[in-house]
Design a protein around this ligand. Structure first.
Ligand code: MN
Length: 498
């Protein structure tokens, strides 16, 4: 269901200077609807398994999902609990009374002939998403509804799989507060983080756990909102950004050449990088909404809402503020936030060992981890070291027991199995030797070695730069473990007095 971008229905709220969003004198206005698949154990109205990954088609289905005559849907409490927590992440109000309605349409993936949704009294009202840029997007509402099944089309037939039918969703409807492709992407990314941190979805975009419908219109500033085009079911951040940018440009070109924008649903062609017409919408579709007679209203007291929202985790915005304060680079913060456990670990390191240790660990994570483009599998396979071990590694670096290069090696090893950093460093012979008699012995050996003769003579003749080569020789002898600063100092002393 959509009500976004209809001229005059909801005004758009512009952050900062509207001028910065103008393209050829037109202001793009974008609203996004996002379907989020809730990660409950069972479906919204049946006891069927909600996780159908790798399952045989139609194997995770009960009589309710098949819509056999006489079936009676029963509302899943856990889905309501997750939705109420999602509402907190969105800074929304939770309705004391919300209801379910039937949205009628005919399609083979919807055996009941209607989708159970919330049209008139949704659970989640209002709200606001703050973007890292400082901009914000208001939320109009979010409603709870069931997903439909999946159709697979072949040349002469179509197969129906109802495993997904009845999966709990929330549909988050934004106000038209977005004004560029970049901002659309930032909103989609932030929404993704918020839902994952709140623990309400697996957030696997590839498998359609979050799907974005993007409504785009353009108009001269001060004029009523233009006619919109909708792009449905975008399932990557890149697609959200690119499709939005393309559509803004297309509409401006149509208007500039004297044409008229028609209300349309357009698809995003990833390969060609353009949107293509799917269907025109002359009139609003009539879904004959009516209250669902099988599902009683959801009545929640303030106490119940507080109970459902208890033990809420730290959210991305708070981590951002916290990490920025201790001087962690923005790009590193992004890496940390992309995995809630990393953000938690760095925050806990800060609590236990202070700002400097936390910053060290933050930087190690960002240089040793799979990048954000890597697969979710790679991220999930990570072994997260315990905070105690992280603190110990930070201490070893601080006390120069280990060089920063070798610190990375130890850290990479810690990500494979949670051994004590000191044990790993000893096993890999990475501990820095700062024992002056041990270093002195190696320095003497290097000075006496025949292959050093020329360098020693050059240094004595005033060629400073050969010192680096001599330090390198000491490092070689120590298998990289000597403290290079100490070795350099000692070489200098010995060679200047001789
Ligand atoms: Mn929907």
């Amino acid at each position: 269901m959509t009500s976004i971008g209809n001229a005059g229905e909801h005004g758009s709220e512009i952050d900062g200077d509207a001028k910065k969003y103008l393209i050829d004198g037109y202001l793009p206005t974008i609203g996004i609807e996002c379907h989020v698949q809730l990660n409950t154990a069972t479906k919204l109205f049946s006891s069927a398994d909600n996780d159908a990954r790798d399952a045989e088609p139609n194997s995770k289905v009960t009589e309710i999902d098949f819509a056999l005559p006489g079936m009676l849907p029963v509302l899943n409490r856990e889905a309501i609990r997750k939705a109420v927590r999602a509402g907190k992440a969105l800074n929304s109000e939770i309705a004391h009374v919300s209801r379910f309605d039937r949205k009628h349409y005919f399609y083979p993936d919807l055996p009941k002939g209607y989708q159970i949704s919330q049209m008139y009294q949704p659970l989640i009202i209002g709200g606001r998403v703050d973007l890292p840029s400082g901009e914000h997007v208001r939320i109009h509402h979010a409603h709870v509804e069931e997903d439909a099944g999946k159709l697979t089309h072949y040349s002469d037939h179509t197969l129906v799989d109802l495993n997904r039918a009845g999966t709990p969703l929330i549909e988050i409807v934004s106000e038209p507060d977005i004004h560029s492709g970049t901002m659309a992407r930032a909103y989609a990314e932030e929404l993704h983080l918020l839902m994952i941190y709140a623990g309400v979805t697996e957030g696997d975009l590839y498998n359609g756990n979050m799907r974005f419908d993007v409504n785009v219109s353009v108009a001269k500033p001060g004029e009523p909102l233009g006619t919109r085009a909708e792009m449905k079911n975008l399932n990557s951040f890149r697609a959200v950004e690119k499709a939005t940018d393309y559509e803004i440009q297309r509409q401006i070109e149509v208007l500039k050449s004297g044409g008229e924008i028609k209300q349309q649903t357009r698809g995003w062609n990833e390969v060609e990088g353009k949107t293509v017409l799917q269907r025109t919408k002359e009139n609003a579709e009539d879904y004959r909404y009516m209250p669902d007679a099988d599902i009683p209203p959801v009545v929640l007291s303030n106490e119940k809402i507080a109970e459902l929202q208890a033990d809420f985790p730290i959210m991305p915005a708070e981590y951002r503020e916290r990490f920025a304060k201790i001087g962690v680079d923005d790009s590193v913060v992004r890496v940390l936030l992309n995995n809630q456990k990393l953000a938690e670990a760095v925050a806990e390191t800060q609590d236990m060992a202070g700002d400097k240790a936390a910053k060290r660990i933050a930087n190690l994570f960002s240089s040793c981890l799979p990048s954000e483009d890597d697969t979710d599998q790679a991220k999930k396979a990570l072994n997260l070291p315990s905070v105690e071990h992280l603190v110990e590694l930070a201490k070893m670096l601080d006390e120069k027991k280990i060089s920063s290069t070798n610190g990375k090696d130890v850290f990479a090893e810690m990500l494979k199995g949670d051994d004590l950093p000191i044990v790993i460093a000893k096993k890999k012979k990475l501990l820095q030797v700062s024992d002056s008699s041990a270093i002195e012995k190696m320095v003497d050996e290097v000075i006496a070695a025949p292959e050093s003769a020329k360098a020693v003579a050059d240094f004595k003749a005033g060629q400073e730069k050969v010192l680096g080569w001599l330090v390198g020789q000491v490092m070689k002898r120590s298998h990289g473990q000597a403290n290079p600063g100490m070795a350099g100092e000692m070489l200098r002393q010995k060679l200047s007095t001789k």
